[in-house]
Design a protein around this ligand. Structure first.
Ligand code: FAD
Length: 581
């Protein structure tokens, strides 16, 4: 057998050994938490070392289950509970020789003695287990702020299989008809969709002015519209004041949800989707450093402040890939990747975790929204330089049936064109565009590169100029100063002595709705009627989606007019205005 090769790596001012020859590694690796990050770390560790002793401790009854699938089990799209179980302890033992101990809560870490204390839920037996390396993948727990009545019966959080079984049981036993979902994040909206599809009357209550905080306000408008279209009552900017017990006047199985505005919502079932917070109790008690955002602090190799304790997943703070801020990004993809990296760092060659860009996607009825990278509100908060363009290309060639318009928002550096973030809403083709943009962003590409990407095209799937290529072109016009843009929030209360608004859509489109104060000259008539426009005023031009207004701007600029294009055009302005922005 080959000799183990130990290399020393400098991290901070300390040296740590990394073992290269996995066959020689007889380490004992203990893992706390056996779902996304923990199970991945364990399986990868086994692939790196047949010799290592690997034990997973999971507090709950299941390991490696699909928490992302839980809402769809409530709605009946996933019918069998077993389908949520990606792996069982028996499979993990059989396939990977992993010792999986469910119903086993790790209650103490003794970093000096390199051991942990475990309490077995079934027997209440406590015991200690020693480790060479410890991985914490304890996840995040649902937030439960101290709102009066929050623990009333019929109120549920959604984290594990027992939660969704309890929700289904309650809905059936109470013959629930009205659901109130508190919180408009991923879990809240997925639950709202599934409960509505199951036939319940659903309300969503959100404390701030928009759902889905990774999106900017105007892009969240597409979700607000979709909720309204599916008769889900939406209460924005109206936090819950208290949960009252039902009475004869307002009977309900769970609560009367009272909002700050005074609105009273009778609920037969209440879903608490108020966000999550990193589960750090164990780490804190062990004296590990906790970061400013409340997650376990790790270095770029995912090592905590203790050299033999590593942490991954929802429990840790990560570095934002674009802004380099420390952030909490509780998503399954990063947890899985970190699981592999941490196994490599313990048993293989050291790998740095490059940071998270928060790529995420949500389906809400017929609308899909997705985002990657940084949003505009963060760029503004950090006072970073950026430009923004909106566009509304069709999801595939319009001559082929079934194309739907996408709404895309692209954020990029104004000088070098580096991609900073993207948000997309639409009915079809959102997933593939966001993934291309997420890949481009991670590769450090610019909007110039986007134009150049060679993407698959046949009429059912895309266009010869894919929406991603078009996004690159539209953004490049701004970087190259080919065109000046105005934004949707800049066209209200314009001073008519200085600026006029020009609508270049056809008369019938204008007749169906327009931005107040705008003059309508359809694009085909513009050359003939150009004398109707003043040369001494700024002209903000718009159409329906931004293409015709771009042509009009080019024409007007070349004729000596001071023209600006309204980015995203009437479609972006309208969705923002419907949001009362
Ligand atoms: P988890 O997978 O949560 O695992 C942590 C485990 O640690 C838990 O099972 C817990 O019981 C256990 N544990 C904690 N403390 C102890 C202890 N002291 N002793 C023993 N065990 C302990 N992400 C997406 O990217 N896309 C989605 O569509 C998506 N949908 C989601 C839907 C729902 C309903 C939920 C709840 C989450 C969803 N997520 C989604 C988030 C994703 O599931 C998490 O980001 C991911 O599971 C995090 O992995 P983790 O290993 O850090 O934590």
């Amino acid at each position: 057998m080959a000799t183990a090769c130990i290399k020393k790596y400098l991290i901070g001012d300390q040296q740590y050994p990394f073992f290269w020859n996995y066959q020689m590694s007889k380490k004992t690796i203990l893992i706390v938490g056996g779902v996304a990050g923990g199970a991945t770390a364990a399986a990868h560790a086994r692939r790196l070392s047949e010799e290592a002793e690997i034990i997973i401790f999971e507090r709950g009854p299941y390991v490696s289950f699909a928490n992302c699938g839980l809402p769809y089990y409530v709605g009946g799209e996933i019918t069998e509970k077993e389908d949520l179980m990606v792996q069982t302890p028996e499979n993990l033992l059989c396939r990977f020789n992993l010792d999986v101990r469910v119903m086993s809560e790790v209650t103490t870490i003794d970093p000096n003695g390199k051991r942990i204390e475990i309490t077995a839920a079934n027997s209440n037996e406590k015991y200690w287990q020693s480790y060479d390396e410890l991985i914490l993948s304890t996840g995040a727990k649902p937030l439960k702020p101290p709102i009066p009545g929050i623990d009333r019966p019929g109120h549920f959080t959604v984290r594990g299989i027992p939660d969704v079984e309890a929700i289904n049981g309650w809905i059936t036993s109470q013959k629930a008809q009205r659901a109130v979902v508190i919180g408009g994040g991923f879990i809240g909206l997925e639950m709202a969709e599934q409960l509505q599809k199951s036939g319940l009357q659903v309300s969503v209550v959100e404390a701030i002015a928009q759902v889905m905080s990774p999106l900017d306000l105007e892009m969240a408008g597409w979700l607000h519209k979709e909720l309204q279209a599916h008769e889900v009552a939406l209460y924005l900017g109206d936090p819950v004041a208290q949960f009252n017990s039902p009475d004869k006047k307002e009977p309900a199985a769970a609560s009367i949800v009272e909002l700050k505005s005074g609105a009273q919502l009778p609920a037969d079932v209440v879903i608490l989707g108020l966000g999550v917070q990193p589960e750090t109790g164990l780490a804190k008690n062990a004296g590990l450093t906790i970061g400013e955002k409340g997650g376990i602090q790790v270095n770029e190799f995912l090592r905590t402040s203790d050299p033999h304790i590593w942490a991954i997943g929802d429990a840790i703070e990560v570095q934002d890939f674009i802004t380099h801020e420390r952030v909490l990004i509780p998503l399954a993809g990063p947890a899985n990747r970190q699981g592999r990296i941490v196994a490599e760092n313990i048993l293989g060659e050291p790998i740095k975790y490059p940071g998270t860009c928060g790529t995420s996607i949500l389906r809400l009825f017929d609308c899909t929204v997705a985002s990657t990278g940084t949003n505009e509100k963060t760029l503004r908060r950090l006072n970073l330089q950026y430009e923004v363009v909106y566009l509304h290309p069709p999801s595939h060639a319009t001559y082929y049936p079934g194309a739907h318009k996408l709404a895309m928002k692209i954020l990029f550096h104004p000088e070098n064109g580096k991609l900073l973030g993207a948000q997309i809403a639409g009915q079809d083709g959102v997933d593939k565009r966001i993934d291309v943009l997420a890949t481009a962003l991670k590769a450090g590409m610019t909007v110039h590169d986007l134009e150049d990407l060679e993407l698959a095209y046949a009429p059912p799937f895309g266009s010869a100029k894919d929406p991603v290529n078009l996004a690159g072109m539209v953004a490049q016009h701004v970087v190259h100063h080919d065109i000046q843009n105005a934004q949707w929030h800049e066209v209200d209360n314009l001073n008519p002595k200085e600026t006029i608004l020009l609508d270049v859509r056809d008369n019938d489109e204008h007749g169906k709705g327009f931005i107040p104060g705008s003059k309508n000259i359809p694009l085909p008539e513009l050359r003939k009627r150009v004398d109707e426009l003043p040369k001494d005023k700024e002209i903000i031009v718009y159409c329906q989606t931004g293409q015709r207004s771009y042509f009009a701007c080019r024409l007007l600029t070349q004729k000596g007019f001071k023209a600006k294009n309204l980015s995203g055009a009437y479609r972006t302005w309208e969705i923002a205005k419907n949001n009362n922005l």
